[in-house]
Design a protein around this ligand. Structure first.
Ligand SMILES: Nc1ncnc2c1ncn2[C@@H]1O[C@H](COP(=O)(O)OP(=O)(O)OP(=O)(O)O)[C@@H](O)[C@H]1O
Length: 335
């Protein structure tokens, strides 16, 4: 049985189709990523799967339970870690987990058995009796994850798990999430707008844009689908002729104008740089910088949607913050 089965799931708000007829599955034990800019529809999709929002159309099952007809079973079988902190800094790690265990109706004996297991899982056994206020950002995030694991869910949803953490702690958190997945076998669904996070952590990634899944595959598969390296040229001054004539070159697969110049997808990038410089010379374009990279998920996003993820986020209207506030309220109400 798949951990998640989504079939034609749709959510319409007044004027926006936030999630548009999505169908996909997530296998048990997988780390699965939903990658997309703010406003792509990730939170709306997750909120439907965890039964905080009802779909407008379509159906989905989580651990075999229908999200509209068996909401209680769905909720019992999943854990959720939201972006907003849900732990109390004035309590110790143990006390926080005990509080959450009580909320989930666990009896004292069950709690006493489960808390040390969870603390071990999230690597906080040594500091179990210290106040959370004394924990580092990474430790607090691990305790949040532990909280989501208290009732032994089969699926764990992590919403933007490393937002606000420094680079080192983010990396440690990724490694920790992978270890948790290997050791406990829990299926993990992550939402993220960080390309590097999806690339490092996820076995499969669904790239979301404007309510749609535009591609779904392993990070390697997504990058391979571009079939080439990317040379990014900084261009000073007019370069229309350069860009036009690039289109005639058989080895150029894609050209995408960026704010500073152009990103060119091509085979064997290293050997083509000389050709590019020569063409710039002929067309009197001025190259100010040259960068060669193997495809990243950012390039995949650009090729699929015509803009970078950062540009998409800049375009997102301000209703986003309202929707986040609404989702947070729903989340708080459900705790
Ligand atoms: N309650 C709501 N009412 C009206 N529109 C909404 C509501 N919630 C979300 N939307 C809209 O639906 C679209 C998808 O929003 P959603 O929050 O699901 O995106 P997201 O990818 O999760 O972004 P983020 O990463 O910031 O949470 C956006 O255009 C948003 O403005």
């Amino acid at each position: 049985m798949d951990a998640i089965q989504v079939d034609g799931l749709t959510k319409e708000f007044d004027t926006v189709t936030a999630v548009d007829d999505l169908s996909f599955t997530v296998e048990q034990g997988e780390i699965f990523g939903l990658l997309g800019p703010n406003g792509a529809g990730k939170s709306t999709l997750i909120n439907m799967l965890v039964t905080l929002l009802g779909p407008s159309e379509g159906a989905a099952r989580v651990n075999g339970h229908d999200i509209t007809k068996e909401r209680g079973d769905v909720r019992d079988s999943l854990g959720i870690v939201f972006q907003e902190p849900a732990i109390d800094e004035e309590l110790t790690g143990t006390e926080n987990l005990a509080f959450h265990g009580r909320m989930y109706g666990k009896r004292t004996a069950e709690r006493e058995e489960r808390i040390p297991e969870v603390l071990e899982l999230v690597d906080l056994a040594d500091v179990a009796d210290n106040k959370v206020a004394s924990y580092s950002g990474g430790m607090q995030r691990r305790l949040e994850i532990g909280r989501g694991l208290m009732h032994e869910p089969e699926v764990l949803f992590l919403d933007e798990p490393t937002t606000g953490l420094d680079a080192r702690t983010r990396r440690d958190t990724w490694e920790y999430i992978q270890r948790l997945n290997e050791e406990s076998g829990v299926t993990i669904i992550i939402t993220t707008h960080y390309m590097d996070e999806a690339d490092f952590l996820c076995e499969r990634v669904a790239i979301m844009d404007q309510g749609d899944i535009v591609a779904i595959d392993s990070p390697e598969g997504l990058k391979d689908s571009l079939g080439g390296d990317v040379v990014t040229l900084g261009l000073n001054g007019p370069a229309n002729e350069f860009v036009d004539r690039l289109g005639d070159r058989p080895w150029v697969r894609e050209r995408d104008r960026t704010d500073e110049g152009i990103a060119i997808t091509l085979e064997h990038g290293t050997t083509r740089i000389v050709d590019l410089v020569r063409l710039a010379d002929e067309t009197e374009a001025t190259i100010s910088s040259v960068d060669l990279e193997k495809p990243s998920l950012e390039n995949v996003f650009l090729a699929l949607t015509g803009s970078t993820l950062t540009e998409r986020e800049a375009d997102e209207p301000s209703t986003e913050s309202e929707s986040r506030e609404e989702s947070s309220q729903a989340a708080r109400a459900s705790r």
